[in-house]
Write a protein that binds this ligand. Structure first.
Ligand code: SER
Length: 321
């Protein structure tokens, strides 16, 4: 039986991954950890440790305490916040990765999941159906850390046999936990504002197309790559991963089918430059052929689910308050 540690379990993806891994492995075999205890759902639903991903000794102690063999390292500073705190982004994103890679090299853990991102690509990358292997000249600190991280993952696999697996996540859309500090966050905020205010001022321009994915698909991709036999994982840097691509205008149109008086306005800020440097769509055929990746949700299905879940959430919180 696998013993799993999630680092960064309170975040947008970490929180839903924790829930799924608790279902797969059983509550006693999954330890969630984060630097803060603010996500009460994650803290109260099973084993939880307060843990700073940058603290090597603390990470090691936690792994030894619970006999952990598999680590999901979900802690990171994302693209928009990273531009405000470049050195902190470098420190967190790189050192946390080195810690788990080195613990795997020492033989303390057997398997690592580490997410990369579409942010590894830059303005010189072919932006439509971006290939798996292509020019990568990221312009954000976040993108630089993810690209460098990919190279280290591949290095630790080749040199030391570390079983590390990685996905280049697109923008992830979900209703349970808010994203924090990313450029694709608009695609989550828009649903909240559509329900609470019937309007949204978007920080990206109307025709900014970016690769996106519903959370359920992201979790499915993550558990699938981790469950695949080691020989199937031919790419040890990180796999391109795709589902859908859309612009703020497309998403607004799909929301209007459910909320006809919803209005969107545009006021691009510094995040526009980041978005402009990223691909519009991604070729993920390697993931599809190597370990049978397949997404389920298109934009219409995702919008329907987001609105259904958020309406439920806001109406139950109104009843409570
Ligand atoms: N969602 C991330 C961001 O916008 C991209 O990986 O920073």
């Amino acid at each position: 039986m696998s013993k799993v540690l999630i680092i960064g379990a309170a975040g947008q993806i970490g929180s839903e991954l924790t829930q799924k891994l608790r279902e797969i492995h059983g509550n006693d075999n999954v330890v969630a950890s984060d630097i803060n205890r603010s996500n009460t759902q994650v803290v109260n639903s099973g084993l939880f440790e307060t843990l700073d991903a940058k603290d090597f000794d603390a990470v090691k102690r936690c792994i030894e305490k619970y006999n952990i063999d598999t680590v999901y390292l979900m802690a990171a500073m994302l693209s928009a916040t990273g531009e405000k705190h470049p050195m902190m982004a470098w420190d967190l994103n790189m050192n946390s990765l080195f810690h788990v890679l080195n613990l795997a090299k020492e033989g303390l853990i057997k398997k690592i999941f580490w997410p990369s991102s579409i942010a590894v690509f830059g303005p010189t990358t072919p932006s439509v159906e971006t290939p798996q292997h292509t020019i990568m000249e990221p312009t954000t600190v976040y993108g630089i850390t993810k690209q460098v991280g990919e190279r280290w993952c591949e290095y630790f696999h080749k040199q030391y046999g570390v079983d590390v697996r990685s996905l280049r996540y697109p923008g992830i859309i979900s209703w349970k936990t808010m994203p924090g500090g990313g450029t694709t966050d608009y695609a989550v905020e828009i649903y909240h504002k559509a329900i609470t205010h019937k309007n949204y001022e978007c920080f990206l321009s109307e025709n900014t197309e970016l690769p996106m994915m519903f959370m359920d698909d992201a979790i499915k991709a993550t558990t699938s790559i981790m469950q695949a036999p080691s020989e199937a994982i031919k790419i040890r840097s990180s796999y391109n991963l795709a589902a859908i691509s859309f612009t703020p205008e497309h998403i607004a149109t799909s929301i209007k089918k459910h909320i006809p008086d919803f209005e969107i306005s545009y006021n691009p800020d510094f995040r526009q430059n980041i978005a402009d440097s990223w691909p519009k769509s991604i070729d993920d055929s390697s993931a599809r052929s190597d370990w049978n990746w397949k997404h389920d949700y298109n934009l219409e299905q995702l919008t329907k689910e987001m609105i259904f879940q958020l309406e439920k959430k806001y109406s139950s919180s109104e009843k409570v308050s």
